[in-house]
Design a protein around this ligand. Structure first.
Ligand SMILES: [Zn+2]
Length: 489
């Protein structure tokens, strides 16, 4: 038996002003067939699992591309086409294979390709023919498309957000594809369109219970796998939205019924699971009003609209401006993507005081830059922060202080995952009274252990949460929250 595997992962915010090209992938991760011979990272985690499982069964493994770019704007056409050509050529060389496993995102858009994953899976299917099982693991922030459903044998999405279950889902997908490859099962898929657009947090009820019920149903009554595709609201594509996916063993009607049951259950809870976001001022006021003992740790506010993990620039200043205008002190904001400011800090040196222009450099979604006299409190060449178990590079980074405001500036665009990015620069994460992080939800795993309270705020930024008014040009049909009940004709 022989398994072919590859990984291609980026999430595309079609509204973001940052092109995703070869440099974005080079700064993320690119390996041409040897990712599992290199240290494990966010992108290669699944390939590690699949190689271990295949080799334990005595299968041969053909490993192809592993490529990741931090989410951003539309991917350059030649970059996507180059990656696709590499995977297709490697697969053609590896033939005949008995199974294909792909680690994809599901919301990748390239110039000329609204559905990169559907396009890639179709190309793979064309080579292996109709019988070979093809499995793909997707981010739950995916657009589940008809092309993906047609070309793949099994699709499995992460269930957790923060995505702490990527290796666990990889293990399950391997089992499902191995069972199909050895003739033990005949997986069939069905999806239910929930006609919803939004973001959801499995860390809180009633979403937590929904995810737990999905997990409890798997492996019972012919249900092989259940996935909730949350969708990625910042993709202007025809399939944007929430979809429920069920995989059963040879029973398409049962798959459709189970997908509908879970999808309708989710829809019934739509108002309870829609996350609440404070305004910038309301979040700051709430943080200041909380009776915080120093021992309790800081109040952590998520600046969800400038999350680079959703394609935002990561240098927006809306929060920082309000903090300055309100004269709030004992507060840390970060991590600002500002390689120019970092460079100036390195040139000036540790302990130097200088006039620094911070943020506001990428476009209107970044707000106005902030000019401040700052002191360079910490510098480090190679700062990393953990996302799950894997280190994420921040590049050369600086900690600067100005009148009671601490800022962490980084050179590589990344969302704020973990307080160790502060600690690496000498800034005690427990010291500030308030911490404002550029992240929607992934910060939760790293910051919850030190936080006395967590608040979510929506500043203007690139990731607006006003889903009812998004200027979609390709999606047809009603959806909640634009329509109160999109199932009523
Ligand atoms: Zn995601």
């Amino acid at each position: 038996m022989k398994m072919f595997m590859a990984a291609l992962d980026t999430e595309t915010n079609t509204f973001a002003p940052l092109p995703t090209g070869a440099l974005a992938f080079a700064e993320g991760f690119v390996a041409h067939g040897n990712a599992t011979a290199l240290p494990e990272n966010y992108c290669s985690a699944q390939l590690y699992v699949w190689r271990r499982r295949a080799e334990a069964l005595g299968w041969a493994v053909a490993e192809s591309l592993c490529a990741y770019a931090e989410p951003g704007g539309i991917t350059a056409r030649q970059v996507y086409e180059g990656f696709r050509a590499e995977i297709v050529a490697d697969l053609a060389r590896a033939m005949p294979v008995d199974a294909v496993l792909l680690a994809l995102h599901g919301a990748m858009v390239a110039d000329g390709y609204d559905d990169c994953e559907g396009d890639l899976l179709t190309a793979v299917r064309a080579i292996v023919g109709p019988e070979v099982p093809v499995g793909a693991e997707l981010d739950l922030h995916c657009h589940l498309t008809e092309a993906m459903m047609q070309a793949a044998t099994v699709l499995v999405a992460y269930k957790e957000y923060p995505h702490v279950d990527i290796p666990e889902r990889a293990e399950h997908l391997f089992t499902l594809i191995a069972d199909a490859a050895t003739g033990r099962t005949k997986p069939v898929m069905a999806a239910f369109d929930c006609r919803m657009i939004g973001t959801f947090r499995p860390t809180a009820q009633p979403m937590r219970g929904f995810v737990d019920r999905m997990i409890a149903q798997e492996g019972r009554d012919g249900v092989l796998s259940l996935s909730l595709a949350h969708g990625f609201p910042w993709g202007d594509v025809a399939d944007v939205g929430v979809k429920m996916l069920a995989v059963t063993d040879g029973d398409p009607d049962r798959a459709a019924a189970v997908a509908r049951h879970f999808g309708e259950t989710l829809f019934a809870h739509r108002k309870e699971i829609a996350p609440v976001f404070l305004t910038v001022d309301a979040a700051l006021e709430a943080a200041l009003d909380l009776p915080v003992e120093a021992a309790d740790g800081p109040v952590v506010i998520a600046d969800v609209a400038d999350n680079p993990g959703g394609g935002a620039p990561g240098d927006a200043t809306f929060f920082l401006w309000r903090v300055i205008e309100r004269r709030i002190t004992n507060i840390m904001l970060g991590y600002f993507w500002d390689p120019i400011a970092v460079r100036f800090c390195f040139e000036a040196g540790l302990g130097a005081t200088l006039d620094l222009r911070i943020g506001g450099k990428c476009g209107v979604a970044s707000g106005e830059p902030v000019d401040r006299r700052v002191t360079v409190m910490g510098l480090a060449e190679r700062v990393t922060q953990r996302f799950g178990a894997a280190p994420v590079a921040m590049g050369p980074s600086a900690w600067v202080r100005s009148e009671g405001i601490d800022l962490v500036l980084c050179s590589l665009r990344t969302q704020t995952f973990h307080p160790e990015g502060m600690a690496a620069l000498g800034l005690d994460p427990r010291a500030p009274r308030i911490i404002v992080v550029k992240s929607t939800q992934h910060f939760h795993a790293g910051f919850a252990p030190i936080a006395s309270e967590i608040l979510y705020a929506s500043s203007p930024g690139a990731l607006s949460k006003d889903f009812a008014t998004f200027a979609y040009t390709k999606r047809s049909g009603p959806y909640w929250p634009r329509d109160d009940d999109p199932f009523v004709p």
